[in-house]
Design a protein around this ligand. Structure first.
Ligand SMILES: *[C@@H]1O[C@H](CO)[C@@H](O)[C@H](O)[C@H]1NC(C)=O
Ligand SMILES: *[C@@H]1O[C@H](CO)[C@@H](O)[C@H](O)[C@H]1NC(C)=O
Ligand SMILES: *[C@@H]1O[C@H](CO)[C@@H](O)[C@H](O)[C@H]1NC(C)=O
Ligand SMILES: *[C@@H]1O[C@H](CO)[C@@H](O)[C@H](O)[C@H]1NC(C)=O
Ligand SMILES: *[C@@H]1O[C@H](CO)[C@@H](O)[C@H](O)[C@H]1NC(C)=O
Ligand SMILES: *[C@@H]1O[C@H](CO)[C@@H](O)[C@H](O)[C@H]1NC(C)=O
Ligand SMILES: *[C@@H]1O[C@H](CO)[C@@H](O)[C@H](O)[C@H]1NC(C)=O
Ligand SMILES: *[C@@H]1O[C@H](CO)[C@@H](O)[C@H](O)[C@H]1NC(C)=O
Ligand SMILES: *[C@@H]1O[C@H](CO)[C@@H](O)[C@H](O)[C@H]1NC(C)=O
Ligand SMILES: *[C@@H]1O[C@H](CO)[C@@H](O)[C@H](O)[C@H]1NC(C)=O
Ligand SMILES: *[C@@H]1O[C@H](CO)[C@@H](O)[C@H](O)[C@H]1NC(C)=O
Ligand SMILES: *[C@@H]1O[C@H](CO)[C@@H](O)[C@H](O)[C@H]1NC(C)=O
Length: 400
């Protein structure tokens, strides 16, 4: 009788405890829900669509601050985020200067003194190599890189605070490289894998290679990213591990390329991604392919400013760091198995979002952890009973 009571009450207690905990957690998260008001404009103050690419401006106004998201396809595609401590700061574009791309100042955020932090990410190059021996290493070197600044980019297609742009180069055949930027007014999680968690202080960029003609049957690809900042450039990549792959099946890590503030553990800005790409546009688990990255290295700021109108126009002095993300491991299918590859990242200011356990996982853990505890308790009870009976009989035996 007693063990049965211990078992059921013990398990119920653990489950209740966990449910209470997850309830408190969602309650706390619910109350600190932070929202921003979004205002989306394309080519602000320009009477005609400028030749050579569009400029998207998403103004995300908070209680006492504003985030300006600027996304531009004049040259290499670039995302710039400017954080100001005023809810009335604005963006001013001097179009002739912006388009001539020879001086800084074509795009300003006013008042200048309200700027707290700014950072940009430039999609600079696509690299390709022939992986003849399936080692996933560029043993025989790279093909000439695709410079994204030389692509022909489509006009931005807008769906609310989501912008889509695709680029082509003659070698791609009928294929294209596309970028989709999403800006958010509140916390949430994307619908499609890798289902990254996002906040109103972040934006998500999805990039995919659809139907391009590879230059070898065994081609694999790498994407070169450049991060542009002032005193606190994105300088190191942290990897965070977790035990819950509910939202991104089979992936237990997240990588964060961060800009640490001077001497502190605070993060001012980040690029965050899960080390996975997908070989189908609506992927199943077997279409997932791992990604790796190279260590961030300091790069020539002048070359970056020359490649991107937005960098030239906004920054006067800046630091640039770059890294490569490579897709696929040895033994994995090559690009032309599906002729599709997509990868997703989050870019934002402040601390990157951290996944917490979902109630489903908490319940599973409660059952999983509860059962061994019950078994231990039961075992203890049986050992005690056995010992008691043994010592009761042993009392009459002679001691050796
Ligand atoms: C959105 O921004 C544009 C200029 O960038 C401005 O003219 C317009 O009034 C703003 N709309 C709202 C609703 O704030
Ligand atoms: C915004 O500023 C006002 C006045 O300066 C202050 O009362 C309020 O607490 C601030 N709100 C936030 C969210 O910081
Ligand atoms: C557009 O022009 C108006 C008036 O010249 C100015 O107030 C506003 O800040 C400009 N907006 C941008 C985005 O340049
Ligand atoms: C920048 O280019 C414009 C026209 O392309 C030219 O008028 C201007 O003098 C140039 N400025 C500098 C500093 O080179
Ligand atoms: C915004 O920050 C600047 C310094 O970067 C400071 O001088 C100014 O007082 C701040 N403004 C507000 C409204 O907090
Ligand atoms: C591929 O493997 C073959 C045989 O092992 C070797 O001769 C060749 O050099 C390798 N190619 C590359 C690019 O490493
Ligand atoms: C861009 O398009 C123009 C005309 O459509 C074409 O002449 C040019 O070759 C294209 N350039 C690239 C890099 O695709
Ligand atoms: C591109 O598309 C056209 C028409 O759809 C087709 O005729 C052509 O073969 C395609 N080219 C490649 C390289 O797939
Ligand atoms: C977003 O930024 C605002 C203002 O800096 C801050 O109060 C808020 O906590 C941030 N939200 C998240 C999820 O980081
Ligand atoms: C890969 O490309 C080569 C030619 O480039 C072609 O012969 C082969 O059939 C392709 N493989 C697949 C799976 O499409
Ligand atoms: C670039 O970073 C170094 C330190 O990492 C800093 O001393 C320098 O001021 C930065 N340059 C600019 C233009 O901010
Ligand atoms: C970048 O340009 C500046 C001014 O034009 C020059 O002083 C500097 O040496 C250049 N840096 C590099 C790495 O070329």
């Amino acid at each position: 009788m007693a063990p049965a009571v211990t078992m059921s009450s013990g398990r119920v207690f653990v489950v209740l405890l966990i449910l209470l905990f997850s309830f408190c957690q969602s309650f706390v998260e619910g109350t600190k829900d932070y929202k921003r008001k979004l205002n989306v404009t394309v080519n602000p103050n320009s009477t005609t669509p400028p030749p050579g690419g569009d400029l998207l401006h998403v103004q995300a106004v908070g209680d006492n601050d504003t985030l300006h998201f600027l996304f531009c396809s004049q040259g290499a595609p670039t995302l710039l985020i400017v954080h100001t401590n005023s809810s009335t700061s604005s963006v001013q574009v001097n179009w002739p200067q912006f388009l001539s791309r020879n001086v800084s100042g074509g795009l300003r955020v006013e008042p200048r003194s309200s700027i707290q932090y700014s950072m940009a990410v430039v999609f600079s190059r696509l690299l390709e190599y022939d992986d003849v021996n399936d080692t996933a290493k560029p043993d025989s070197g790279f093909f000439p890189p695709y410079e994204l600044q030389n692509f022909n980019w489509t006009r931005f297609q807008l769906f609310g605070a989501v912008a889509l742009v695709c680029g082509k180069t003659p070698e791609f055949g009928n294929g294209s490289l596309c970028l989709k930027l999403s800006v958010f007014d509140s916390d949430g999680r994307a619908e499609s894998w890798p289902r990254l968690l996002h906040s109103p202080n972040s934006s998500q960029l999805e990039i995919w290679l659809d139907g391009i003609t590879p230059r070898a049957p065994n081609s694999r690809f790498l994407l070169e990213l450049q991060a542009v900042g002032g005193d606190f450039p994105l300088s190191r990549v942290d990897v965070r591990q977790f035990i819950d792959d509910e939202f991104t099946p089979s992936i237990f890590k997240v990588s964060e390329w961060v800009s640490p503030a001077a001497g502190g553990s605070d993060v001012l800005g980040y690029v965050q991604w899960k080390p996975v790409a997908y070989r189908q546009s609506s992927p199943a688990l077997e279409d997932a392919t791992p990604c790796r990255y190279s260590d961030p290295q300091s790069q020539d700021g002048n070359a970056t400013a020359a490649s991107s109108a937005l960098i030239r126009a906004f920054f006067s002095t800046h630091n640039v760091t770059g890294l490569n993300v490579s897709f696929g491991l040895a033994g994995e299918p090559f690009y032309n198995s599906t002729k599709f590859l997509s990868w997703t990242m989050l870019v934002g200011v402040g601390a990157p979002p951290v996944d917490t356990f979902s109630p489903v996982v908490l319940t599973i853990m409660a059952v999983g952890l509860g059962t061994p505890v019950i078994l231990l308790l039961l075992g203890g009870v049986f050992v005690c009973l056995h010992k008691m009976r043994k010592s009761a009989t042993a009392a009459y035996q002679p001691i050796n």
